[in-house]
Design a protein around this ligand. Structure first.
Ligand code: SAM
Length: 237
């Protein structure tokens, strides 16, 4: 698996992979990363990558030509590369996307800057267009990193314990139940006594109840979906 970051600011992205789990995963060849700078494909005297908006409007846009040449050079070597363009007007990136995309061979993240990217690049090259939330960042580098991290931890072998993935938030539309570690009592507040008794059936049942309560409290939208899923499963029995 390879992730390519198309960015004017490689140094904003690279350090994230120089520590912890993702660093170790790269050292174990579970995935690779590389970088392409659209400026290397701008062939005018000033290596210009941005320009004013046609029709007026505030700010500058990334010009289509350097980005297009940059993406062509990637596709030429890797025809199956899956190109993801980051933009606040994309569909929301979700855990299901992270799982699905972890099966790809090569993912290319395109980071916009300034007021974004010429729309024709999106039309011509995007396999998918993602936003990471309803807010506007200064550039796509953080969005690309967020998605890459979420995808990478779903690649076989990246996490030591595969069970961590199946018991996580967003499985079957539920948030994870509250978790506790030692000490059993912290600031006079005990962890649930049931967790200490070692009856795994009861612990699982309690965790399910707590996960439902937490989801209902924080994310009523997901809670409704989880209830519907539960009902479908019961009907199928
Ligand atoms: N003018 C654009 C708009 O209002 O929709 C915002 C452009 S933003 C300042 C510059 C770049 O940051 C975008 O091209 C995109 O790559 C990235 N970006 C900003 N917010 C994002 C978000 N919520 N999700 C993904 N990418 C985002």
């Amino acid at each position: 698996m390879r992730f390519t970051f198309v960015t004017l600011f490689e140094n904003l992205v690279k350090p994230y992979f120089e520590d912890s789990i993702l660093k170790r995963a790269i050292e174990r060849s579970l995935f690779e990363i590389d970088f392409k700078n659209p400026r290397d494909y701008a062939f005018d005297k000033h290596k210009k990558v941005d320009d004013y908006k046609i029709g007026g409007g505030a700010g500058l846009l990334l010009k289509p030509k350097p980005l297009s040449l940059c993406l062509d050079s990637i596709i030429e070597k890797s025809p199956n590369a899956h190109i993801i363009i980051t933009t606040p007007v994309g569909k929301l990136f979700r855990q299901n996307d992270a799982k699905r995309l972890a099966k790809r061979e090569h993912i290319v993240f395109v980071s916009g800057r300034y007021e974004g990217i010429d729309e024709r690049i999106i039309e011509e090259y995007a396999d998918e267009v993602f936003s990471i939330g309803d807010f506007v960042l200064t550039g796509g580098e953080l969005a690309s990193l967020v998605m890459c991290d979420a995808i990478a931890r779903n690649i076989e072998g990246v996490l030591g314990n595969r069970e961590s993935l199946s018991e996580e938030s967003y499985e079957e539309y539920l948030l994870e139940a509250p978790s506790f570690t030692k000490p059993n009592i912290f600031k006079k507040n005990p962890s649930p006594s049931e967790f200490l008794k070692g009856n795994h059936g009861k612990i699982t049942a309690l965790k399910k109840t707590l996960a439902l309560a937490k989801t209902k409290f924080h994310r009523s939208d997901l809670y409704l979906k989880s209830k519907i899923l539960q009902r479908i499963k019961e009907d199928e029995k």
